[in-house]
Design a protein around this ligand. Structure first.
Ligand code: ZN
Length: 163
């Protein structure tokens, strides 16, 4: 049998859920996904919002790795950006509608920003920073990325990037 992730031949494979798709993979690759057979236990099902947050975090980590190979310092969207936006707006005495109008955006965008339901793209970040005269980006120290020595196989992250 051939592992659907690393493509190597194995005598037995495990069904795991990866990115919503069930793949038959080897033990080595299985730790990247959720074992399908282990499912069904109470508390093992993550809320959609939790999954979303995890995906966003992973996307951000991947993006960071692309730009800063080996880690060190990075400028990233502050974790508390929703609070920063809300507090800056309230300090100016603006309603969400007023901020939206000044930014030429829909109120729903402002609402999503301040509730943390949305990760703004670079253009929107700059627009918010300029309009409210605040900083949403901050320097973050990234730990050097560990790579298992001598292992040249595809990792799950390689897999996702190529998709
Ligand atoms: Zn494998």
């Amino acid at each position: 049998m051939i592992c659907e992730m690393c493509g190597k031949e194995f005598s037995s494979l495990l069904p795991v859920r990866i990115e919503g798709t069930v793949l038959n993979v080897c033990r080595e690759c299985a730790r990247f996904g959720d074992n399908v057979r282990a499912g069904g236990k109470p508390g093992t099902t993550a809320e959609p919002s939790v999954i979303q947050a995890r995906l966003q975090n992973r996307e951000r980590r991947m993006k960071t790795r692309d730009v800063y190979e080996g880690g060190e310092e990075s400028i990233e969207l502050a974790e508390d950006f929703p609070k920063r936006v809300k507090e800056a707006r309230e300090k100016l005495g603006w309603k969400q509608e007023e901020l939206a109008a000044k930014m030429n955006e829909r109120v729903s965008i402002i609402h999503k920003l301040e509730s943390g339901a949305m990760h703004p793209d670079d253009a929107l970040i700059r627009k918010v920073e300029k309009t409210l005269n605040i900083k949403l980006m901050e320097k973050v120290r990234i730990a050097a990325v560990e790579r298992s020595p001598g292992k040249k196989g595809m990792t799950l992250e390689d897999f996702i990037v190529k998709k």
